[in-house]
Design a protein around this ligand. Structure first.
Ligand code: SF4
Length: 460
């Protein structure tokens, strides 16, 4: 969600006449922050501290802070770092250029945060990181109340875009060379609740299947509570919806799930996975898991390990629980000691890696279709590899070939590692419009290299 918002911020600033800084000192530095985990706070204030001497040397420089942390901390940011010029929230990304101008003219910090969303970020201009891949927001906010999560209080209740708007945006993206889209929502399975159609998400997937030239459709994130069979059917029956599913588990213990206010239980979670695999035997399933939620016992943690084994995850984002002030879980008794959390976390990471590796080994000798990614690829000794994603979203490193980012490569897997596959036998390369779009974009000068490695723009 933040990457998507960052693309909008960059697009808005370019539209307002700024250009990405190309190595010399930036005139504007924008931090788009996340508040989900505690260390994001520490990193923001650390980075702001590093920028103070830079700003002293370059007095015209402006610093803006947006995103969830800005929404949460509001005036605290300018109290702690008075050299910040603009603070803007999650609901008013579109006001950033105006706020920068206002701060410049008034010579004082501007703090503007709205309580509710007025304009969907998708209606704002964008500067996509990729020529052939794009995020498409279908909803923002969340109606759930998970006790560890700060998102609903910062992003608000769920707002759903209408299907016609979404499909028009996707068609325009495809006309621009995009081949793969990821539908974005805090809880995509409840999409439609705002306009009274509980089957809306499955219908949206099927409608994506009708768009000519759209090769790959993904989505994130589903919520197990709202996951219905019509979505599984739509995934299985729509050729361009990819056989991959990232579905947060959070805990395998029913007792902990209840305390988290996640209204599904381990059995229901595993039941969804069984039905997904019955409909799409090759589906790769990934997840999110939190370790050390308040009150989690050794037995609860063992239940989580049981589900990880049973679900045969292709990968997992694993998190050590961190207290977020303002959430119910932060006030719960029985916070788990950090040393216990760290020990459980390591056991979980080891198990996830074992399971993912044994799942990846099934691919040894199999043919995969890889959409080549932008970026450096990977160096293996003297071999420079291209990298990309298989249909099930597995990371694949390819033998050197003449494919361009955005092209499709059919290749045979020759080695399986825990986190990726290596495919050294290239069967064929299919030139695509995504590759053409990438090539067109890279004919214009690259735009990176600002101080401190931060996303940054300066006035033209
Ligand atoms: S579903 Fe739960 S974890 Fe996800 S955004 Fe909503 S409240 Fe947060």
């Amino acid at each position: 969600m933040n990457v998507h918002d960052s693309e909008r911020i960059a697009g808005l600033l370019e539209d307002a006449g700024y250009v990405a800084a190309t190595g010399d000192l930036a005139d504007v530095v924008v931090f788009n922050t996340c508040a989900v985990r505690e260390n994001a706070d520490n990193r923001l204030y650390g980075n702001l501290g590093h920028l103070l001497p830079v700003k002293k040397l370059h007095p015209g420089m402006q610093i803006a802070v947006g995103g969830c942390l800005a929404q949460k901390d509001q005036h605290t940011i300018v109290d702690r770092a008075p050299w910040v010029d603009v603070v803007f929230g999650t609901h008013n990304v579109g006001s950033l250029p105006t706020l920068l101008e206002r701060a410049r003219v008034a010579q004082e910090s501007q703090v503007e945060l709205l309580e509710a969303l007025e304009v969907f970020p998708s209606t704002l201009p964008t500067r996509r990181e990729s020529a052939y891949r794009a995020w498409v927001s279908i909803s923002v906010g969340c109606n759930n109340t998970c006790t560890f999560c700060i998102v609903p209080s910062l992003r608000g209740t769920e707002r759903d875009r209408r299907p016609g708007d979404i499909l028009r945006e996707i068609e325009a993206l495809v006309a621009d060379g995009v081949m793969e889209i990821t539908l974005l929502g805090q809880n995509v399975n409840s999409y439609g609740v705002e306009f009274g159609d509980r089957l809306a998400f499955g219908k949206l997937l099927r409608a994506c299947g009708e768009i000519d030239g759209l090769e790959r459709v993904r989505f994130t994130s589903p919520h197990p509570r709202d996951f219905t069979d019509d979505v599984i059917d739509a995934m299985a029956e729509t050729a361009n919806v990819m056989p991959s599913l990232h579905m947060p588990l959070q805990s395998g213990s029913d007792r902990v799930l209840k305390a988290m206010r996640r209204s599904y239980r381990a059995d229901k979670y595993l039941g969804i996975i069984d039905r997904v695999r019955a409909a799409m035997p090759d589906a790769a399933i990934t997840t999110d898991v939190i370790v050390g939620f308040p009150g989690e016992t050794d037995d609860d943690f063992e239940r989580t390990l049981d589900v990880v084994r049973a679900a045969r995850f292709a990968g997992a984002f694993t998190f050590q629980y961190s207290k977020r002030p303002g959430t119910p879980a932060a006030e719960m008794p029985d916070q788990v000691p950090p040393a216990v959390v760290a020990e459980r976390y390591q056991r979980l990471v080891d198990l996830v890696e074992d399971v993912a590796w044994s799942e990846n080994k099934h691919y040894d000798g199999q043919q995969v279709e890889v959409l080549v990614a932008e970026g450096e690829g990977r160096k293996d000794g003297a071999t420079h590899r291209l990298s990309g994603r298989a249909r099930d979203n597995r990371l694949v490193h390819l033998a050197a070939c003449d494919a361009r980012p955005g092209d499709l490569v059919d290749a045979v897997v020759t080695y399986a590692a825990p986190h990726h596959l290596v495919a050294d036998r290239i069967i064929g390369v299919r030139r695509t419009r995504g590759g053409d779009a990438h090539q067109l974009r890279t004919q214009t000068p690259a735009t990176t290299g600002v101080p401190l490695g931060m996303p940054s723009l300066r006035p033209a």
